[in-house]
Structure formats: C-alpha cells, structure tokens
Write a protein that binds this ligand. Structure first.
Ligand SMILES: [Zn+2]
Length: 136
C-alpha cells in the first residue's frame, strides 16, 4: 500500500537512506506525534528517562496519536519553525499579556503548558487566516 506525506503529499518509502541528502532520504517515511511524548513525561529516544509531565492529560485529546510525513516535512519544516526577532517580540508581548511569563522558574509547569497552548492557538489562527486569504 502506498503512503503519502500528510503535508506535501509526496509518495513515501521505507527503503533506507533516512536523512541522507538524496531524493530517497528526503522522501523517507517518518512518524510524528501530534503532541510530543515528552509533554507527558516520556521520551522514545530515551525510554529509561522519565521526565516530569507538562500535561498530566492531553489538552487536545490527542495523546499518542501520530501522522506520517516525509523526512523533509518532519525534520526540516515541522521541527524548525522560523521565528524572526519581531516574531519573538510579539510572542513575548502576548506571553506577558496572558500572564504566562516567569520572573523565576518554580516547580510548576503550568506556565510552559500555557505557552505551548498559546503557540498552538497562534498556529491554528494563522492557518485559518491564510486559508481564508487563499480561497477565491
Ligand atoms: Zn512532505
């Protein structure tokens, strides 16, 4: 059964060369968790390591759910969003307005949980706005 990247739509394969700078490497199938496992205190890379959960329960009811991408969309696009200085300034302003800033770290993970939820809202709002602009 053929598989396709959920973002760019390219045909995927599992024939090796993962992450090599070749067409094969760039179109290799890779699984992505919609919500990072580390947010729930787990790490697949370091299964022995139990870190403190940021979310005791998934706010989007999507814990453990995955999607398949190509290497490019997963490792280069999704994992490396571009934030320019003005973007960070605007994010800082929003974080302060929502009282998600921290003068000193405490034991609580509520603020970072709030910032993660805020960034997701920003992505959702941006997708909606750009989609509406693109429609005829
Ligand atoms: Zn892709």
């Amino acid at each position: 059964m053929k598989q396709y990247c959920a973002i760019c739509g390219c045909e995927l394969h599992r024939g090796g060369e993962y992450a090599t700078p070749t067409i094969q490497g760039r179109s290799h199938a890779t699984e992505h968790h919609y919500v990072a496992e580390r947010f729930f205190g787990r790490s697949r890379n370091r299964p022995q390591t139990q870190r403190e959960a940021i979310f005791p329960k998934c706010p989007w009811n999507s814990e453990g759910k995955t999607v398949i991408f190509c290497y490019e969309c997963h490792e280069e696009l999704i994992h490396n969003p571009v934030f320019l200085p003005k973007d960070i300034e605007a994010l800082n302003t929003l974080v302060r307005a929502k009282k998600l800033n921290e003068d000193h770290k405490t034991e609580s993970r509520e603020k970072i949980a709030g910032r993660i939820k805020l960034l997701h809202k920003i992505i959702t709002a941006g997708l909606k706005q750009i989609s509406e602009q693109a429609s005829p």
